[in-house]
Design a protein around this ligand. Structure first.
Ligand SMILES: Cc1cc2nc3c(=O)[nH]c(=O)nc-3n(C[C@H](O)[C@H](O)[C@H](O)COP(=O)(O)OP(=O)(O)OC[C@H]3O[C@@H](n4cnc5c(N)ncnc54)[C@H](O)[C@@H]3O)c2cc1C
Length: 463
């Protein structure tokens, strides 16, 4: 029987990073994935496809140029589903190729099979052809990710009523789209289709969307969505969903009926742990199939079995999953690591982008720390004028006593890239003086940091 220092179950971001890190430490590694190709949810149904779709939509629709040429401007008339899908396939092929090459270079073995624990140091691997073998391992990482949550009362049919995996397989663009779920995935897809001029209705049972984001940003974002014609129904739950011959009817708790060509149901995901045989090793899951781990080492209740990525729940990002996988591998093989940085950024690739790092204004207020905010609107920057950007802003929050940056929040073009300046300053414990005394490239959107820093500094006074 084959024996490995590290068995990695799932080849998404956490599995991939753990596998390569283990191999770099000179360990023998096997990565098992039941998916047709390597890469996980991240490459095949999550991060990369949705971001590729977004990029294609922005390019073909001429979205970024509309500030200059008007809302009727399009690079390509009559955009169809195949325009979107062809670029998607090229990007995914490239991602898989890079991953395969990375595994090859690092002597990481991989197998297309479903893994199941059959003992504390043993797993069975079953291929599509139902051939089963067993392997032994010293350490294992459970990096199996999640799948869309599909409640029994939603009549999914793969055509009109679909989840976020199935939206990548639509044959025609919807004439109208309803999206249930005001979380990151729902909001991203709703705004991407809206950028294609598809009329979109976003439905969320809570009173707001993206509830972990600074309120001022969300308010601005909702205003931008409504301004371009999206319908947003907040604070109403869904009573009934019915598939009709010409579309979908969604009845809301207030009696209103939303009719659409396609319904995307994007209200949550559950851990993909059903077939893992966790009971045979004594690892428990919660009601959404998530595994509890030590937040520093990523060990499960069985110390030589680690879990990382979406299967452990919050924050469920590819970016954090990559890091978790590396940390788990280092811990498994006794490599000491410094404590992780205090904050990490969130990127929400909606149209427009949102990105945020550190504390929101609501959190700072709740903590009782006295603070001041500085704001810069992108339309006030020269780069903004050049690009025809007429919306979007950056908000910085500083503590009045230490003058340190506590939070940076951006909505608008380039937000997910720009946020890393705020992240660096927060984690390096920088103050408002950093923005005031440093020179920024001109003309750039990053100059907004300088403007927002000065805005706050003018009210805070010099140190
Ligand atoms: C639509 C969408 C958009 C997203 N956008 C972003 C974004 O912009 N930025 C970001 O940071 N994150 C984003 N995410 C989240 C990101 O995709 C996840 O955080 C990330 O994929 C989690 O990685 P993971 O390591 O948990 O593995 P996953 O990527 O979830 O992969 C798990 C793998 O495990 C395999 N597996 C499961 N069970 C078994 C088994 N028993 N045996 C063998 N293999 C098994 C599966 O086949 C799968 O390939 C998005 C997610 C979705 C759904």
């Amino acid at each position: 029987m084959n024996h490995y220092d590290m068995l990695v179950i799932g080849s998404g971001p956490s599995g991939r990073r753990a596998a390569v890190q283990s191999a770099k430490l000179g360990k023998s590694v096997l990565v098992v994935d039941k998916g047709r190709r390597l890469g996980g949810v991240s490459v095949h149904t999550g991060t990369i496809p949705s971001k590729t779709l977004r990029e294609t939509v922005l390019n073909l629709s001429g979205w970024r140029e509309r500030g200059f040429y008007g809302r009727g401007y399009r690079v390509k008339q009559d955009i169809c589903a195949s325009d979107l899908i062809s670029r998607l396939h090229k990007t995914l092929d490239h991602e898989v190729e890079v991953l395969q090459h990375q595994f090859m270079r690092n002597a990481v073995k991989n197998l297309h099979a479903a893994a199941k624990f059959v003992g504390p140091h043993r797993a069975s691997l079953t291929t599509d052809a139902e051939e089963t073998s067993e392997v032994e391992f010293d350490n294992a990482l459970i990096s199996v990710g999640t799948r869309p949550y599909r409640p029994g009362n939603v009549p999914f049919d793969g055509k009109r009523i679909i989840d976020s995996d199935e939206i990548l397989e639509i044959k025609n663009l919807p004439r109208t789209l309803a999206v249930i779920g005001g979380g990151v995935i729902g909001v991203e897809y709703a705004t991407i289709f809206s950028a294609l001029d598809v009329p979109v209705t976003l439905i969320e049972s809570r009173d707001t969307i993206l509830d972990f984001v600074d309120r001022e940003l969300v308010d601005d974002f909702i205003h931008q969505m409504r301004d371009r014609g999206m319908t947003i129904r907040l604070g109403r739950s869904v009573k009934e969903i019915a598939s009709k011959s010409n579309g979908v009817e969604i009845t809301l708790s207030d009696g209103r009926v939303v009719r659409s060509d396609i319904l995307l149901y994007a209200a949550g995901r559950s851990g993909d742990v059903g077939s893992l045989g966790l009971e045979s090793v004594g690892i428990d899951i919660d009601n959404r199939g998530r595994i509890k781990v030590d937040p520093v080492t990523f060990q499960t209740s069985v110390p030589h079995i680690y879990a990382a990525g979406d299967v452990i729940g919050f924050p469920s990002l590819a970016s954090t999953s990559l890091e978790q996988g590396r940390v788990a591998a280092c811990h498994a093989f006794g490599v000491p690591l410094p404590p992780p940085p205090e904050t990490f950024p969130y990127g929400i690739y909606a149209v427009p982008e949102i990105s945020t790092v550190g504390q929101s204004e609501e959190q700072v207020r709740a903590s009782g720390v006295a603070y001041e905010c500085g704001v810069a609107r992108f339309r006030e920057t020269s780069r903004g004028h050049i690009m025809g950007v007429n919306s979007g802003f950056l908000k910085l929050i500083f503590a009045l006593d230490t003058r340190r940056l506590l939070g940076a929040h951006i909505v608008g073009e380039g937000a997910t890239e720009l946020i890393h300046i705020g992240q660096a300053v927060i984690n390096l414990k920088g103050t408002v003086e950093f923005f005031v005394h440093n020179t920024f490239n001109y003309p750039t959107l990053a100059e907004a940091y300088k403007i927002a820093g000065l805005d706050a500094w003018n009210r805070m006074g010099s140190a």
